[in-house]
Design a binder for this molecule. Structure first.
Ligand SMILES: Cc1ncc(COP(=O)(O)O)c(C=O)c1O
Length: 398
């Protein structure tokens, strides 16, 4: 069935929305709700809801095993995990970080009184450009914080070398990268430590959740103390800490997702392939590539829109899709450096972030995951195609 035959059929121009229910980016995946219910009942029976419970311990063990890393410390969410790691490493002064990331990466630093120094990215990977880093290093720099954006690995070797040369810690925000590999090794062992998010929108979700993974036993002990107010025993407090504990219900959801990991991977890979098929002939719309030799979760369908070729801007396309109930999203628009407090604190940051600024105006994410299938993906492709075929007429009416 043709999705739209005349531009007056477009919902933005008065027609009915193609989809009666919204298609979301990041709708939570839950393949086996009954397994989750069983775990919840077991937790209720045990009456042990938090504080290093059975589910949290199992979640940590299974993550460490899957990633091939010695230690996994589960945390209540990825942002607090970043904050705890930053404190545990004793970072101070300035930390080099991309602006093209979710704002939590920058906030975690600023929250600890550390200045995020925004570094531009490589347009082909959307990750930190190592060549840009040396000129940003000052006597106050204490670390480089890379982000594996879309689960595509940072150039961990180059960042590691820079860290060694300049005496800086290197750590990673791996919020997008659970189930992805780098050089054949699962992401989780790079740098001093890596931080995952298990937020409801993520590939594996724990409703809200995070984890820090590391091969450094001493650091792992320190992280465990810090996430539990600094307690080493019932009455003994060793140092300042916070409440970063993951609760049992979150871990139960995380475990249930881990049980379905293979299905989640297959669904995401199927959707990615379908989108590539349906979008391949649309000029000006490109779907980002993933390294063919690495394992990847395909959690994000990331388009780059070339407005000159398409004849419509990314924002105009987003509006047209949203009206059809395809809730496509701009990530990480407008870039951390253009958000408060960074925009006011570092008003000149954008001057050296040309790639970041250009990309923040091009990227559009489409829905994927278990809530969307072949026919819906085909229809999203048809709507996009239709809009672009009629770009000139549409632009006159917008
Ligand atoms: C790149 C990145 N870093 C950090 C976070 C923060 O994680 P959380 O939402 O679990 O606090 C997120 C996601 O939400 C993210 O996408």
């Amino acid at each position: 069935m043709a999705t739209k035959s005349a531009i007056s059929d477009l919902a933005f121009l008065g027609g009915p929305p193609y989809f009666s229910e919204p298609l979301h980016v990041g709708q939570p995946n839950l393949v086996e709700p009954d397994q989750f219910r069983t775990r919840i009942n077991e937790i209720l029976d045990r009456r042990w809801f938090t504080n290093d419970g059975t589910c949290v311990q199992e979640f940590e063990q299974r993550i460490a095993q899957y990633l091939g890393v010695a230690h996994c410390v589960a945390i209540c969410n990825g942002t607090v995990a970043l904050e705890i790691l930053i404190r545990a490493l004793g970072l101070t002064g300035e930390v080099i970080v991309p602006s093209f990331t979710f704002v939590a990466t920058a906030h975690a630093l600023q929250w600890q009184g550390i200045t995020p120094v925004f570094c531009d990215i490589d347009p082909s990977t959307h990750n930190l450009n190592p060549d840009q880093i040396p000129s940003l290093i000052t006597s106050r720099t204490s670390a480089i914080l890379g982000v594996h954006v879309w689960g595509r690995p940072c150039d961990v070797d180059a960042l590691g070398r820079l860290g060694e040369q300049h005496g800086l810690d290197v750590l990673f925000d791996a919020a997008h990268a659970f189930g992805c590999s780098q050089g054949g090794q699962m992401i989780g062992s790079n740098g001093r430590a890596e931080v995952f998010s298990f937020h409801a929108t993520k590939f594996v979700n724990a409703i809200e959740g995070g984890a820090i993974t590391t091969n450094d036993a001493q650091l792992a002990d320190q992280l465990r103390l810090m996430r539990n107010f600094g307690f080493s025993g019932y009455d003994q407090v060793e140092s300042v800490g916070t409440n970063g504990k993951m609760n049992e219900f979150s871990a139960a959801m995380g475990l249930t997702c881990l049980d379905s990991l293979q299905t989640l991977l297959e669904v995401n890979h199927r959707n990615d392939k379908l989108y590539r098929g349906f979008l391949s002939d649309i000029p000006g719309v490109s779907l980002i590539d993933y390294p063919a030799t690495e394992r990847h979760n395909r959690q994000y369908i990331v388009l780059e829109i070339d407005a000159d070729t398409v004849g419509l801007s990314r924002d105009q396309l987003q509006k047209l899709l949203t009206a059809e109930n395809v809730l496509a999203r701009r990530y990480f628009y407008p870039g951390c450096h253009r958000m408060e407090p960074y925009r006011s604190l570092y008003p000149d940051a954008g001057r050296s972030l040309r790639v970041t600024e250009a990309l923040a105006d091009r990227v559009l994410l489409l829905p994927t995951g278990t809530c969307i299938g072949h026919d819906q993906i085909e229809s999203v492709g048809e709507i996009l195609s239709f809009c672009i075929d009629h770009a000139l007429e549409i632009r006159r009416l917008l």
